[in-house]
Design a protein around this ligand. Structure first.
Ligand SMILES: [Zn+2]
Length: 1019
């Protein structure tokens, strides 16, 4: 690429301009840009000297020709110059259109010619254009024109006044699929709205249209087509339909500096239907009374108020418990002394204000529960076919992942490590893409997930020797290479180098630490990096974080170095645990010491600041990993190191430890969900190894709040709309409708992966039914539902707006986002939580009803679970071997129509409460059979602050309405208030149902458009 040096005369102007320009880029890569959440941005080409995508997605542009020209511009600094020569268009990666629902395109264009037929943009497949934008018309017509045509010939032409010449114009095209409209903006004004697009044209971004896709900017794939004669600046692609205000923000912010950015100042325009606040909905319509409650707490700790209380209904209606929304204080003032106080709650849409009388007692010495249970090893639980000889969804998904993992080349996952250490690549080694691309500052994260995945795959494939050997070989190879690289760090070369992690110098010839990973910019003086250092990039990002670097794409910015490191260390420890590979442990210990040494040298204020820096300070579960290293090695430096990762603000409120989650104050509202959930997982691990009570309370209080006040029906907990970042928790608890349902999608899948991990771990301490109720919900309705039909491609967000569709990525495991990373972990351990055992080996817990065999080696007992659940409402446990133990059987909260247990054909009478466990203690004999039956029931799961918006469940299974097209309105459904099942027809053995002619299927079996939430009324 040759940069045409045509801007000498503007040098002075550029220098002056760059200053303000730099500052306006300070937010580059940040979560919110021009009031639009980062997850909505697909790609952004600033074109200030290169063709790079400035978003985190690495969708860099390229060109067929060698000459790319940039020139100085008074308004925007350096801009791209397109000369109008035929065939000189830019090529954008076709991934821009994969997984899009709606599409918005924003571009600054300075047209220099009115030559007809110039393309601004062209999407074509096999030489046939299906979306073309001509700013000054085509075929003699000087009007601005857009032609859309699908692969079946359905077409639409949109035109308007031609775009003015010789001035900068801001053009925005919005393909708004739910509204079935195409909108065109010029300089922030909506100049054309084309409504009621045909359904065919709304499916334009479907996969059949995208085969062999070429995206051309400033020209077309056809060589004889006219190219653009214009300057271009800041071209962006969004996966959401931008709202008017967002378009205006992009336009006006181009004239402002970053301090005037309106990111957080106002709510974004909201296109979810609004309902009057005083209109009772769903069961609340029939409420006649809501009971007051009494709760107790200890001085200092906010009370745990129940999310649901008893209510009575008119006409003897047997309605559900009533959802109450309680105030959520931000500190613990209210409970500063012994005494009584009252709190008033709200019941949405009604005047009911139930009162909670809180009795604040003196501090007691009660301690949290001790760990009673532990996990079976993965090889001890095996998934089996169902009663009809069919593979279950669990087996299907497991196999998609295992077989694809087996095909992967470890050298791809080692590529950036070798690159960082300036080592040769083996022949044919291919780097990973997406977030492990060369210049992505998160590179190496997929490698960490991969280490865990192959460890779990190895442990889980005892049933297939060849497959198991494959994973063993992969583990050994990965560890050997990483071990050798780690030994290079801080190892003197010709007597020169630095062993001390604290004394890592700046890169050779550099004036400061930087995150430059380009071939020209990356440092490779590994002898200076301190002993034990391992990562897929040099140590600068860790050091820059200490000095206050923020998240972003510039060389002075970083992307979560400790997050990536957590994956790598956790993966190494997992390999050590399943295979005893000592080298794996040694690498982890070496880097653990490196981390401890650096962090221990920092003042607490610096640590607090680091861990509260958005994304940059995201550290995954470093506290968990350091605690585990301590448990394995008993080296106290690792325990202290783990503690240095305490998120003091969230856990303890402030540096004085005055409140925080440890005292049941909700300190996580509005925060990035997946940044913080693993920290809570780590807190529980800290409790396990240190026995400090407050760590348990952090985890336990967090869980209760997350599940009650932040959860969508599939079990996801992230998806804020206001402010507009779908990866965050909603800004205030229990406002999912008001602040959630982000238009770009919600329910980041890796957040649910981490919620399940936390939930399973909490259960080891306290065997509460609600924990496994949540686990089952998240497992079936999110994790199982997050995988594509015929490949291991999987979801990032799982969108739950009306008529949404899931988007799956990474089918071939060649380019990973965070969620692609956790999915290779989730799907190699699907069997893990079906059974738990007591540490004392005298009890087994049956948590989930999945066909499987448990090999309780320690007791020489097998338990075979035979069932077609959830396609039937019963299961059978067959005991092989004999001995005395307690069998704990889960009674799901949804089992309200009965729970029947028989042993060897004889029904036993038990006091059974939904949402608990029953215990059967006896001397079990070989061949003993336990039959469980728990009739399913239909019920609704409403959104807490807008109860008419509700999901339909059948037993544990979320049923989704199958939609043919995108829609803007929630699907309206009306049920009989006394028995909602009355209006539902269908086949429980297949879990397919119809309501008013609309088909419903399990969400985990839904691959087309769906409505998971419905607008429900009762009559
Ligand atoms: Zn994720």
């Amino acid at each position: 690429m040759i940069l045409k040096n045509s801007f000498t005369k503007y040098v002075l102007i550029i220098c002056i301009f760059l200053q303000s320009y730099e500052s306006s880029f300070a937010q580059e890569g940040d979560q919110i840009l021009d009031g639009i959440g980062e997850t909505d941005l697909i790609a952004r080409y600033v074109f200030d000297g290169d063709l790079k995508d400035w978003s985190r997605n690495n969708l860099h542009a390229s060109t067929y020709s060698e000459n790319v020209e940039f020139e100085a511009d008074e308004r925007f600094g350096k801009v791209l110059s397109m000369t109008g020569k035929k065939g000189e268009n830019l090529i954008l990666p076709s991934e821009i259109l994969s997984n899009v629902e709606s599409l918005s395109i924003s571009a600054w264009v300075y047209l220099r010619s009115d030559k007809s037929g110039q393309y601004l943009l062209d999407f074509s497949t096999n030489g046939k254009s299906y979306f073309a934008a001509y700013p000054v018309g085509v075929e003699g017509d000087s009007n601005f024109k857009i032609n859309i045509e699908d692969h079946k010939g359905n077409s639409k032409s949109i035109s308007g006044d031609s775009v003015p010449l010789n001035k900068w114009v801001h053009l925005v095209f919005v393909y708004d699929i739910p509204s079935k409209a195409f909108k065109t903006y010029v300089d922030s004004k909506l100049i054309k709205e084309t409504p009621e697009l045909k359904n065919e044209l709304l499916r334009i971004f479907s996969s059949e249209n995208l085969k062999n896709l070429t995206i051309s900017l400033g020209g077309s794939a056809t060589p004889e087509a006219e190219s653009l004669d214009a300057l271009l600046h800041d071209v962006r692609f969004y996966r959401v339909p931008l709202a008017n205000r967002q378009v205006a923000s992009i336009y006006f912010n181009a004239f402002r500096d970053v301090n005037q950015n309106i990111a957080h100042s106002k709510k974004v325009e909201d296109d979810l239907p609004d309902y009057p606040e005083d209109e009772a909905k769903l069961y609340n319509v029939f409420l006649s009374n809501v009971e007051d409650i009494k709760v107790e707490t200890e001085v200092g700790s906010l009370p745990r108020l129940p999310s649901h209380v008893k209510g009575s209904y008119v006409d003897d209606l047997n309605g559900p418990l009533v959802r109450v929304i309680w105030p959520a204080p931000k500190d613990n003032e209210l409970v500063s002394k012994v005494g009584l106080y009252t709190v008033k709650g709200k019941v949405p849409g009604t005047d009911f204000e139930p009162v909670a009388t809180v009795s604040v007692k003196a501090k007691t010495n009660s301690s949290p529960p001790q760990q009673k249970l532990e996990l079976f090893k993965l090889h001890q639980i095996n998934l089996e076919e169902d009663q009809t000889g069919q593979k279950t969804k669990f087996i299907e998904n497991r196999d998609k992942f295992l077989l694809t993992l087996a095909e992967t080349d470890p050298n791809s996952f080692l590529y950036m490590f070798r690159h960082a250490f300036d080592q040769p690549q083996p022949e044919n080694a291919v780097p990973l893409g997406v977030w492990d691309s060369q210049e992505t500052k998160l590179r190496g994260h997929a490698t960490g997930h991969y280490l865990t995945a192959i460890a779990q795959a190895y442990a889980s494939t005892g049933y297939d020797e060849v497959l198991q050997q494959n994973f063993l070989d992969k583990m050994d190879y990965m560890v050997n290479v990483l071990y050798d690289l780690s030994k290079l760090s801080g190892n003197k070369v010709n007597g020169k180098g630095n062993e001390d992690p604290v004394l890592v110098p700046k890169g050779p010839g550099k004036s400061d630490f930087d995150s430059d990973l380009s071939d020209e910019g990356i440092r490779s003086d590994y002898w200076n990096w301190g002993k034990g250092y391992i990562s897929a990039y040099p140590p600068d990002q860790f050091i820059m974080l200490e000095k206050g670097a923020t998240y972003g794409g510039q060389k002075n910015q970083i992307w979560a170095p400790y997050y990536t490191l957590h994956k790598i260390l956790a993966g190494l420890i997992d390999i050590y645990k399943v295979s005893g590979n000592e080298k794996a442990l040694e690498i982890a210990k070496g880097m653990g010491e490196w981390v401890y040494t650096r962090l221990d040298a920092l003042p607490q204020e610096t640590l607090i600041k680091m861990w509260n820096t958005y994304i940059a300070g995201e550290f995954g579960g470093m506290n968990e990993t350091m605690a585990t290293l301590y448990e394995i090695t008993q080296d106290p430096r690792f325990l202290k190191g783990a503690q240095l990762f305490d998120n003091i603000q969230m856990f303890f409120g402030d540096a004085e430890y005055s409140h925080g989650l440890a005292k049941n104050v909700d300190t996580f509202r509005g925060l990035h969900a997946n940044q913080h959930i693993p920290q809570v997982v780590g807190s529980l691990e800290m409790y396990r190894v240190s026995a400090k009570d407050e760590y348990f309370r952090v985890a336990d209080n967090y869980w209760f709040k997350a599940v009650n006040d932040y959860m969508y029906s599939i079990g996801g907990v992230a998806g804020a709309r206001n402010p507009a970042n779908a990866e965050c928790f909603i800004a205030e608890p229990a406002t999912l409708y008001e602040n959630g349902f982000s238009s770009g999608g919600q329910n980041e899948t890796c957040a649910t992966y981490n919620m399940l991990k936390l939930t399973g771990n909490l259960f080891l301490f306290e065997q509460r039914g609600e924990l496994m109720d949540y686990f089952e919900r998240g497992l079936y309705n999110h994790i199982l539902a997050s995988v594509a039909e015929d490949s291991p491609a999987n979801t990032y967000h799982v969108p739950l707006r009306p008529g949404s569709i899931k988007h799956f990525g990474n089918a071939k495991m060649t380019g990973f986002t965070c969620c692609n990373g956790t999915s290779i972990e989730s799907n190699t351990k699907l069997q893990q939580s079906i059974y738990y055992k007591s540490i004392e080996e005298n009890a087994v817990y049956v948590n989930l009803f999945i066909p499987s065999t448990l090999d309780w080696e320690e007791r020489n007992i097998k338990i075979k679970q035979a069932t077609s659940f959830p396609k039937e409402d019963k299961t059978q446990l067959l005991v092989e071997g004999e001995g005395e133990f307690v069998l704990h059987l889960r009674v799901p909260s949804w089992a309200r129509k009965g729970y029947h247990v028989s042993i060897n054909g004889k029904e036993i009478q038990l006091d059974v409460k939904p949402g608990s466990y029953i215990a059967i203690s006896r001397f079990w004999e070989d061949g003993d059979k336990v039959d469980l039956r728990m009739p399913f029931d239909f019920y609704l799961d409403p959104v807490m602050d807008q109860p008419n918006i509700a999901s339909l469940f059948y037993g544990p299974i979320l049923l989704a309405a199958q939609e043919s097209d995108a829609r803007k309105e929630w699907r309206k459904i009306s049920f009989d208030k006394k028995d909602i099942g009355k209006s539902i027809k269908g086949n429980p053995a297949e879990l397919t149902f119809t309501i008013d002619g609309v088909e419903f299927k399990p969400f985990y079996d839904t691959y087309g458009r769906h409505s998971v939430y419905l607008d429900v009324s009762l009559n």
